[in-house]
Write a protein that binds this ligand. Structure first.
Ligand code: PLP
Length: 455
């Protein structure tokens, strides 16, 4: 038993089952099994309530970029709480943490991004996007430009607008989603959906689905296209090389806004500050969250390009905001986090050092008999589990093999997530070379155990 537990595991589990409804969980199944209780985080390591050490291969939920337990952030938060624990930024007021964070973001973002609207989360950021893009066109005298094109299997959050922009079937089934005015096109998922096309052919085809949608719906009806640089929750879908240049061409040629959802890919995950910089696209808006504060406190926002900002100045009141927009303590946590990322050169480290180091070793897992494809960009990667190589045919049974693999992984002391039969990782950017070796060793052992269990 560690010092971090007030109660024994069984007692926590009983209280959790009795009182806590978990996100994205089957309550009855979870309570039958009992939840895993995490009591401590340090660097890339978690400790559970039974004292087991687990390598956090997912950086929490793709967010703990600087690793767990950094004292600098805790100290900045404490200082800010004692100085000004809360004030809002409505009605012509502001405060130093909001102003300093906004200026810092303008400094690290591409030159045309000089403004930010703060939210409490990535979902709220995408709700803000929906209202912003429609307001932008209405201000320009084009109120019919309302439709937002998004992609199937994308994830843009869990609020009504976020889940509607997202393309997750199971989410749409609950609560009558998507809301009107959102049109989903194909995702650039070659391994799962590329059929007989080569990767490059498929990348062009998937990009041109955007052009086809614009032609079918009418450019005069479309407000924006929204996409993640790499689809994260959809299974780390790394587009073929031909995809983003073609999408960028279409966005340049057509009168629509382009929104790059940087909630996962922002703040160093791909070895650049923003995923759109990695792929060379030029978004008009960038929703951000997660790595903005490394998850230490909840904060998100929308980075607004000069082009959009100039129009919004003509709008008058933008009737939108959250009690916790630019919460001073969350802003202080974000500033401390960004200072660590800059000082420790974590973005450069992903590009030139740990990113290539882990990638080389991760891709070797592609030789395993269970793995149809291993892929990784920056520090985000996936393994496609298949019954028979080299075919891209999937297992019967709707992700059961992935879940088995995920459970073995936890037992082996590694957090890997399963999206269907795709295993994914997104470790903290501070992971050391030795820890990266350990991650790959644990993943390999997990694959062996899963493979044996299928015999
Ligand atoms: N956008 C993307 C790309 C995400 O991955 C997520 C969360 O995983 C969100 C938006 C929603 O962010 P949040 O969970 O902070 O609301």
């Amino acid at each position: 038993m560690t010092l971090h537990n007030k109660y024994p595991t069984a007692h926590y589990r009983a209280l959790d089952a009795a009182h806590h409804v978990h996100p994205f969980s089957d309550t009855r199944a979870l309570n039958a099994e009992g939840s895993r209780i995490i009591v401590k985080g340090e660097g890339v390591w978690l400790t559970d309530s039974d004292g087991n050490r687990i390598l956090d291969g997912m950086a929490g939920l793709w967010c703990v970029n600087i690793g767990h337990g950094r004292a600098e952030v805790a100290e900045a938060v404490q200082r800010q709480m004692l100085e000004l624990s809360y004030y809002n930024t409505f009605f012509k007021t502001s405060h130093p943490p909001a102003i300093e964070l906004a200026a810092l973001l303008a400094e690290i973002a591409p030159a045309r991004f000089n403004r930010v609207f703060f939210t409490g989360s990535g979902s709220e950021a995408n709700d803000t996007v929906l209202r912003l893009v429609r307001t932008y066109w209405a201000t320009l005298g084009k109120p019919d430009k309302q439709v937002i094109v998004a992609r199937r299997n994308a994830y843009h959050g869990s609020t009504v607008a976020g889940a509607s922009l997202g393309g997750m079937g199971p989410m749409h089934k609950q609560g009558g989603l998507p809301i009107p005015g959102i049109h989903h096109i194909a995702q650039p998922y070659w391994f799962g959906e590329g059929g007989e096309m080569s990767r490059d052919e498929f990348g062009l085809w998937a990009a041109r689905e955007l052009e086809k949608a614009i032609d079918a719906i009418g450019e005069d009806k479309i407000a924006a296209f929204i996409a993640e640089p790499i689809q994260g929750a959809g299974g780390v879908v790394i587009p073929p090389d031909t995809y983003w240049p073609e999408v960028a061409r279409i966005c340049r040629e057509r009168e629509i806004l382009f929104v790059s959802d940087e909630v996962i890919c922002g703040f160093g995950r791909l070895g650049r500050w923003f995923g759109s910089e990695y792929f060379g696209t030029e978004p008009d808006l960038m929703p951000i969250a997660k790595g903005l504060s490394s998850g230490y406190l909840p904060i998100g926002g929308v980075m607004i390009s000069d082009k959009v900002a100039a129009v919004l100045e003509e709008t008058g009141d933008f009737n939108h905001g959250f009690t916790y927009s630019a919460h001073p303590v969350c802003c202080a946590a974000a500033i401390a986090n960004l200072e660590i990322i800059r000082r420790d050169k974590l973005v450069e480290r992903v590009a030139d050092d740990i990113g290539p180091y882990l990638r080389e070793r991760w891709l070797k897992l592609g030789d395993h008999p269970l793995v149809g494809e291993a892929r990784m960009t920056g520090l985000v990667g996936a393994l496609e589990l298949v019954p028979a190589k080299p075919s891209r045919r999937r297992f019967e049974g709707d992700g059961k093999v992935g879940l088995k693999c995920r459970d073995f992984s936890f037992r082996n002391g590694l957090v890997m997530r399963a999206v269907g039969d795709t295993m994914i990782i997104s470790p903290p950017l501070v992971i050391s070379h030795e820890e990266a070796d350990e991650l790959v060793r644990l993943a390999a052992r997990t694959l062996d155990m899963t493979h044996d269990a299928l015999k």
